[in-house]
Design a protein around this ligand. Sequence first.
Ligand code: PEP
Ligand code: MG
Length: 763
Amino acid sequence: MAVAWLDDVRSADVDHVGGKAASLGELTAAGLPVPSGFVVTAATYREFIEDAGIDEELFAAVDVDHEDTEALREAHERAHELIMETPVPDDVRDGIVSAYRDLGDGERFVAVRSSATAEDLPDASFAGQQETFLNVQEADLVERVKECWASLFSQRAIYYRNRQGFPHREVDIAVVVQEMVDAEKSGVLFTSHPSTGEPQIIIEAAWGLGEAVVSGSVSPDNYVIDRETADVETVTVADKKMMMVKDEETGETVEREVPDEKRSKRVLSDGEIAELVELGERVEDHYGTPQDVEWAIHGGEVYMLQSRPITTIDDEESAAEASVAGNGGANGDSNGSEGDDDILFRGLGSSPGIASGEARIVTKLDHLDQVGDGDIIVTEMTMPDMVPAMKRASGIVTDEGGMTSHAAIVSRELGVPAVVGTGSATRQLEDGQPITIDGDKGTVRAGAKEKEEQHEPIEEARPKTPVKPMTATEVKVNVSIPEAAERAAATGADGVGLLRTEHMVLSLGKTPTKYIADNGERAYVDELVDGIRTAAEEFYPRPVRVRTLDAPTDEFRQLEGGGDEPREHNPMLGYRGIRRSLDNPGLFEHELEAFRRIFEMGYDNVEIMFPLVNDAEDVFRARELMERAGVDPEKREWGVMVETPAAALGVESMAEAGIDFVSFGTNDLTQYTLAVDRNNERVADRFDELHPSVLKLMGDTIETCRELGVKTSICGQAASKPRMVQFLVEKGISSVSANIDAVRDVQHEAKRIEQRLILDSVR
Ligand code: PEP
Ligand code: MG
């Protein structure tokens, strides 16, 4: 029997039908209005490969060295080919097609989804990586089922299983075929308040298909219902400009403008609210915990598309944790009882936390191996090859550099306290001298502190309960070194807003040209692929925005091969960002090739971002090179940084190139607007990202982008500042990308402002 109806499936069948189908079956049995469907069982896949005799060849083909990207690609291609080119036996094909016809009259649109079985790795990000196809009809149905089977052997899946030593032969896959609901209205429902846990039902509703609400691309109506009295407490009707609908011809989901008469009309009637409330009560009763339910209404019927436990409710403990973090950790008390007497000097506190240790003065590269565990590195400025030593250190102090210098960025990501731009630390301190640094206040004191007063090591500093405030504004995280990806993902951020590839290249120790001369083009692309993949894997399926190289000549001069870097009077205004890439398309091509391969491996969560563009011509030229390298801009999310006043003022014409998003690089936007060198500690007091002119450029850009349907974000250092978050959330920015250490605070700040905005709108 090739198929089983969801009606007949229960949790206990998980081995035969996979997790997704088992839970849909369970909900159907509980009488919940789940759209009808059936499962192509795991046994069907197993018999297919065994009866055709391709099983051994399949497992042999994917038994490759997972670090060899070329071998991975070939393994994936061979496995895909074996499955797709082997015909499905007639009885299986007939079973699937006849079940499809039993769903109802006419050509129905169905969703075809992989449902991995319990023997597969119990890792959520892994389960998420198999194929889903929407809007499928009879003609393609069996092919799509096979595509789901083949997706067991994407490059990602092979890589992951081989790395974990998990045998491919023990993995099975079932496939769910379920009716699509062509919703007239849809949204989400929380059976308890998602932040406070109060006994309220919150419903968000918009016209059309649910994607728009789930992805946050429209502001939905909001209804708050008291669960005890069933009274509708508040109704907030939003101005709903866009909706997602099914294109009648292609069946694809497309964006449409909401007809004028429906824009500011309330989506749900009282009767529909009552039905949804009842649905919510039943789902919560069934699971016994508060749920986050996706629902849709078609032809007067309410359907339940998905339900998940709410994981965001703040408990007392986490609220306390958050407020401690907001005060810069538990450091306040100990400092309060101290005078300023033992402060030796000050700099910029650029990575939070307190650290004590012996000062290790690093003036030449050959001193690096003298940096022992727990030492405090004291150096003029950090170099890329210091990263391993920075990981061992308990703190970092530099003479030069600002809040966005290499030392500041890397130490924040490593979670190592740092004070930068002190001017003279290397001259004022003795090697071996015990000191204590405060990365919040920017002080360097004589003498060591007790261990318990110092900052926590990285492992323990991770949030223990990833309780995350629910915000409509996405809160993402910046990552510069792939080693920090795991720590970044543990923050519960909604994705990576900026992955700086130049830091990956800096850690190769050679300029790209030198690296290619020594190791070949393939090896260079492999390095990029591996770095990007580390973050993409860690965050999957959350989006990871990867920026192409922004390589200033002064930083690259420190690398082997750096002697060939042009000498520039002012590198910040010089040969860097997209202008450098467009000037040397041969080299840029390798980066684009890395993206092409990443997409081919199945990392569809990766987005491409171009740095330091100035105008539409830059963007069109970048787009053309992307196309030439085999990356389809129509299929991928891509966008640009807004880092110059020219880009901010010209965003409308840049958008014509088809960008999906812009992201403010306030480090550069501030330096170019105010003419203040961001890396010069002498003018650090003039570096003000909240300057009215900088804010005006950003506010106007957001407004234009909202009209054009282009998403907006910020990934400069200022995204970690509460006042900046406040300004941008009020302006309606789509996402904010903060430093690892600031993510939790930014989530709380964004939530607070959103709640105030909602309150203001109803008052
Ligand atoms: C910025 O300019 O704000 C930015 C995020 O880019 P970078 O700091 O790498 O120049
Ligand atoms: Mg920049």
